[in-house]
Design a protein around this ligand. Structure first.
Ligand SMILES: NC(=O)c1ccc[n+]([C@@H]2O[C@H](COP(=O)([O-])OP(=O)(O)OC[C@H]3O[C@@H](n4cnc5c(N)ncnc54)[C@H](O)[C@@H]3O)[C@@H](O)[C@H]2O)c1
Length: 312
């Protein structure tokens, strides 16, 4: 099977690509190596992927419909895993238009081409942030209440997914990821950022009172959900991919402290706009229909991340 993976140089995209390559699929990676964080990390991810003979990479921007068309014409992918995006809630406040162009228009470019070239499945990486301030646990059929430009772009992209599924009868699956962490993780996210600061003895700025909770999900569990969604080919479904176990920010910090054997120097900061107090996934639908079964408890996942971090 030929699978086009956008965002292949990024955190989740590189893990998904690796898993698909190991299963023997041909992976066509697309990524513009956006400088949102150090592109050295993305180049390292690509080096790992390029060890596989069944990997091919295009450094292109998903906003460039013509460049994408050439890739679709040449490669004719059977399926698409669309994971490229401008990620991050806080930076989206400063650059809402760029987020819209990449996350909404870029997604539409891909949907159009996948439809035209008759892709057999389109899997879209959405986010738990679409639920915003909704009551927990979040269920897929809940009313969406995004409270940041980033979350709003994901909601709009989900709507486009639905429209293109209806318009061209293409199977589309939307996956809502919940705070993903693990080796090769994003340096702007809590697990990575706090590990680095605590390890270097620097001050850790904690926004809010440490009571905010997240459904931290280990990347291998997310990958299993993405691969299952690619295999299942449901006509149109939305699934939560979370751990369905929340941890408070201060619990996360103490888990990292234990894994590193170092104490954090905490500086209390006010809560940031766009941040939600809690995310918590109801994963009963994913369990039933995708066979999704997250296995990694936060203590184990953080320990694996810290081991990777120390080696790098
Ligand atoms: N990490 C999480 O906790 C999390 C949670 C919810 C949703 N998501 C979503 O999962 C997907 C992957 O996220 P990630 O954490 O791996 O982030 P990431 O930033 O590591 O990966 C995204 C990749 O997309 C690429 N990209 C950005 N703009 C692009 C453009 N215009 N054209 C082509 N490529 C472009 C980046 O270079 C990057 O390599 C994203 O869609 C993100 O919104 C992630």
């Amino acid at each position: 099977m030929k699978i086009l993976v956008t965002g292949a140089a990024g955190f989740i995209g590189s893990h998904v690509s690796e898993a698909l390559l190991k299963e023997g699929h041909d992976v066509i990676g697309v990524d513009n190596l956006d400088p949102y964080y150090d592109i050295k990390a993305k180049e390292d991810n690509l080096k790992l992927l390029k060890r596989h003979r069944n990997f091919i990479f295009y450094k292109e921007d998903i906003r460039d419909a013509e460049a994408l068309r050439k890739i679709f014409s040449k490669e004719k992918p059977d399926k698409v895993a669309h994971l490229a995006a401008k990620a991050g809630v806080r930076p989206s406040m400063a650059e809402p238009e760029t987020y819209r162009q990449v996350n909404v228009s870029g997604t539409e470019n891909l949907l159009k081409l996948a439809c035209e070239f008759r892709a057999r499945n389109f899997v879209f990486g959405s986010s738990s942030s679409v639920y915003g301030l909704h009551d927990v646990p979040f269920r897929e059929d809940a009313e969406l209440e995004p409270i940041s430009p980033y979350a709003d772009t994901k909601k709009q992209a989900e709507e486009l997914c639905r429209q293109y599924h209806e318009k061209c009868n293409m199977p589309v699956t939307i996956l809502r990821f919940f705070t993903v962490y693990g080796p090769r993780g994003r340096p702007d996210m809590a697990v990575y950022k706090f590990t680095a600061l605590i390890n270097e003895g620097k001050q850790v700025e904690v926004y809010g009172d440490g009571e905010t909770s997240r459904d931290y999900t280990y990347v291998d569990d997310i990958v299993s959900g993405v691969v299952a969604a690619l295999e299942k080919n449901y006509p149109f479904e939305i699934f939560n991919l979370g751990n369905s176990a929340t941890a408070k920010l201060r619990e996360l910090i103490s888990t990292i402290e234990k894994a590193l054997g170092k104490k954090a120097k905490i500086k209390q900061m006010p809560m940031q706009p766009g941040d939600v107090p809690i995310t918590y996934a109801d994963i009963s639908k994913s369990r039933k229909m995708l066979g999704y079964n997250p296995k990694t408890r936060i203590e184990e996942g953080v320990r694996k991340f810290v081991e990777w971090y120390k080696r790098h």
